[in-house]
Ligand binder design. Structure first.
Ligand code: CA
Length: 227
């Protein structure tokens, strides 16, 4: 759920939008003019702004341009003007998405979700998960069924590389290139040794694999054993 700022002058539409988003669990604030919307966006730092283009004091497009010079808050432009040029101008000026009035609250909610998902990727990192494995890439932490694993840097890189492409067979050549940064040379044995250490830490063996499956003569793949 998000903190949403609605900048909309229409006295009928504004409370409707506020109620709809409030019912969906968002924390909602509003402004009825461009300038008050701009200062609210700067002061309250919402997660997302819904910006009407037809405002009484300043045109929404100008509000957007001013806002962009001080903030990268996601903005969804709402407009009754469905002419291409003004929408394209808004997207060029830094709007993340747009809605043409009249729109349903379901449409609005879908756009909000999509925009927050897109911008959220950079800010709040989603861990990689495969079965009971949970890998926090930036923090370089791994848990298996909630228990923290003590991996060496190389084991971590190896596991992460495989977890980024679950179910795919990754060749040892590729692992030597991407994990060991040995584009030429390097030995399969190096990979085998680290794989066996990693297996031990995952509590499995090559003979009875759960996550790490060797594909003889080709490479290795990480699978979700709970699938
Ligand atoms: Ca308006």
């Amino acid at each position: 759920m998000a903190q949403v700022l609605i900048v909309e002058d229409d006295p009928q539409i504004r409370p409707l939008l506020m109620r709809a988003l409030d019912e969906r669990g968002h924390a909602v604030a509003s402004a009825a003019t461009g300038m008050s919307g701009l200062s609210a966006a700067v002061e309250t730092r919402p997660d997302l702004v819904i910006l009407d283009l037809g405002l009484p004091d300043v045109d929404g497009g100008q509000v957007l341009t001013m806002l962009r010079s001080v903030s990268d808050v996601p903005v969804i432009v709402a407009t009754a003007r469905d002419d291409d040029p003004s929408l394209i101008a808004c997207l060029d000026a830094g709007a993340d998405d747009y809605l043409v009035k009249p729109f349903s609250t379901a449409q609005l909610e879908a756009r909000i979700r999509a925009v927050l998902r897109r911008v959220g990727g950079g800010r709040r990192e989603q861990p990689l998960t495969v079965g009971g494995l949970r890998i926090q890439v930036a923090a370089r932490r791994v848990t298996l069924d909630g228990r923290e694993l003590d991996l060496s840097p190389r084991e971590f890189d190896l596991l992460r590389h495989l977890a980024e492409r679950p179910d795919e067979v990754v060749t040892k050549r590729e692992l030597l290139t991407d994990v060991w940064h040995q584009a030429w040379g390097g030995s399969d044995k190096t990979v085998d040794v680290h794989l066996s250490w990693l297996r031990r830490k995952l509590g499995e063996t090559a003979a009875e694999p759960r996550y790490l499956h060797t594909v003889r003569g080709v490479g290795v793949r990480l699978v979700d054993p709970t699938d």
